[in-house]
Write a protein that binds this ligand. Sequence first.
Ligand code: WT7
Length: 658
Amino acid sequence: MSHPQVGIESTQQEDRLFAPPPEFCAKAWIQSREQYDRMYRESIDRPEEFWGKIASELKWFKTWDRVLEWKLPDAKWFVGGKTNISYNCLDAQIDAGRGDKTAILWEGEPMAQGTPPEVRHISYKQLREDVCRLANGLRKLGVKRGDRVTIYMPMVPEAAVAMLACARLGAAHSVIFGGFSSQAIVDRVEDAESSIVITADGGFRRGQVVALKNNVDEALIKTSRVKTVVVLKRTGQPINMTAGRDVWWNDVIAGQPATCDAEQMDAEDLLFVLYTSGSTGKPKGIIHTTGGYMVGTYLTSRYVFDLHDSDVFWCTADVGWITGHSYVVYGPLSNGATTVMYEGAPNYPDFSRFWSIIERHKITTFYTAPTAIRAFMRAGREFVDEHDLSSLRLLGSVGEPINPEAWIWYQQVIGHSRCPIVDTWWQTETGSIMITPLPGVTPTKPGSATLPFFGIDPAVVDRDGVEQPANAGGLLVVRKPWPAMLRGIFRDQDRYFRQYWTDVRGFYFTGDGARRDQDGYFWIMGRVDDVLNVAGHRLGTAEIESALVSHDAVAEAAVVGMPHEMKGQGVAAFVTLRSGFRPSEALKKELLEAVVKQIGAIARPDQIRFTDALPKTRSGKIMRRLLKELASGGEIRGDTTTLEDMNVIARLSTADEG
Ligand code: WT7
C-alpha cells in the first residue's frame, strides 16, 4: 500500500464537552487526571516496570525472565513466563472466592407470546466443570497442544466453553462468525490447517433458524482437511450426522471428569487465530498469543469499563469478532466479572429487546456499536422509554466513528445523561482497547475516542513519520509495541510486515486517518483507503457523514468518492431516513445545505441517494467499496462474502439518483 499524499483536511467542529459525573468518579478505579497522567507517563517511560507490575496481578506458573523483547516487527512479551488464560479466567476466580458468582449470564432469543425467554446463570464453578469436561473430551478426540480448533457456533454459553477448553489444552481456536457462509468455513479451515470443527445443529436469529451444521456439511464437501465435527444440540432441527466424522457434544463430554489441569503455556504460545477480511483480497489470520493478550484484555476491561464485583457487564458483540473474544470472554472473566451473552438479534421480537434485557438483568455496563445505536435511533425512542434503565452506570461504543448526533442520543436516551460514554478505538490487530476515555477521568467530546490507554503511544503523522500539528489530519500510527498486539498473520509473516510496518517506517500503521486536537484528543476520520480527494482537498468520510446525520431526518449516511470531470473526485452520499421521514427534493436540498453549512462548499455532495439500508459487513461496518462501485456507475464486483444483506445491493442499484 502507498498513500502518496496524506494531509487529510479536517473540517469538523464539535466543541461540546461532558465531564464525568462526580458520583462515578468517587467510586472509579482511576479517579483523576493527575492519576491518569502519572500512570500514563510511567507506562510510556518505563513500560517494562509498568506491565510487569500489572502482569503480576494475574497467575503465572512461572514468572517471565524479561517483560519485552522488541525487534521490529516482532514483539515478545513476558518472555519465558508460563501461564494459562483459561486458568486465569476460572481457577484463579474460584480461588479468589467467586466460585458461586455468575460468570456467564445468558439469554436465548426465542420469546413466545407473553412467556419470558430462556435464561441461564452459569457460576464460575459450573463453568470450570463444563470447560474441563469438554477439554477432556476434546483431548480424547485427539486434540493436542499446538492444534487449531475451528469453532462455528451460535451465541450460546457453549461457544465460550469451547474457547476456554481450547485455551486450557493449549490448542489455538479459530472462531468463525456464525453468520458466515460455507465458503468462509472452507477458506479458514484450509488456511488454519484445522482438522476439527465445533458447531451446533443450528442457532436462533431474528426468529429464524440458522443452519450451522448444514453449512459445515456443505463446506466439508470442498475440503478434506476436517476429520471430526463436534455438534451441540441447540435447536433440535433435523440434521445429517456423518458416521465416523460427526459426534454429538453430549457424547463427547459424557463420563468425562470435571477437572482438567491447565497446560502450562509459554507466554508467546499461540492463543488464537482470528480471520479478518481487510479491505481487499483473501482473509488474514490475525494471530494473538497467550501472555500479552491476557494482560492487555485484563487491564483494559478493568479500567475502561471500571469493572467492579457488583457489575453486570454486557458487550453485545458476537464471539466471532475480536470484540467478543476480548470483551465477552477473556477480559471480563479474567477480572471475575459477570459477562452477559445474548443469543439473538437486537430487533427480535422488536426494537425493545436490548432494553428489556438491560431491565431484566439489571445490567450496569453496556458496550455496543454505532451501527446498532443508529438503528435504535431510527426505530424511535418509544421502544426505549417503556423500560427501566436505571441500573446502567456506563456506556461504551466500538467499531466505527460514532457520529456526534448518535453519541448525544446514546447519552440522553439510553444513559439519561447520567452515564459516561467510552468511545473505544481499537482493531482486531490491536487485541485490546487503545484510545479511549477513562470513565471517571476523561471529559468526553462527542465523536472523539479521546486519549491513549496506558502503555499505548499513538500519533498522527505524515508518510515520513513526522507528527502533524494540532488539528491537521494524517495517518494514525502506534510508535511502541504493546502487550496485546498481533504477533503476525498466520503462516504469512511477509504479509504481516508489508501490511502494517512499511507505510510509515518504524511505526505500526493502523490504516486509519485521524487528527489530534488542541487538547490532545484523537478524532478518527475513517480508513485512509476511503479518503476522498475533491479538487485537491483530502476529506475524511466520517466528517461529511456526521454532518448529514446531524439532520433530524437522517438515520445513517455513507459517503464515497465518485469520478468527477472537474474535481477529480466528487462526493456521493447514500442516506437512510429515520422513521416518519420520506425522500423528497426539498429534503435533498436541506441535506446539501447542512453539509455546506457545517463543512463548506468543498464537501457538498454531488449526488444524494436515499435508500432503505446500507450494505454492511456482518460486524456492522459500512462497505464503502461497494458503494464506490455503485456511485461510479459500475456494477458490484469483488468479494461480498462478508456482506450482511445481499438484497441491500439490489435495492441500492435501483435507488433514486440525484
Ligand atoms: C477498525 C477496526 C475493534 C473492535 C471492532 C472492530 C474502526 C473501531 C472505532 C472507534 C472510530 C473505529 C477503525 C479501525 N473503529 N473502533 N471507536 N472510532 N473508528 O474491529 O473489524 O478490526 O476494525 O474499526 O477504522 O481501524 P475491526
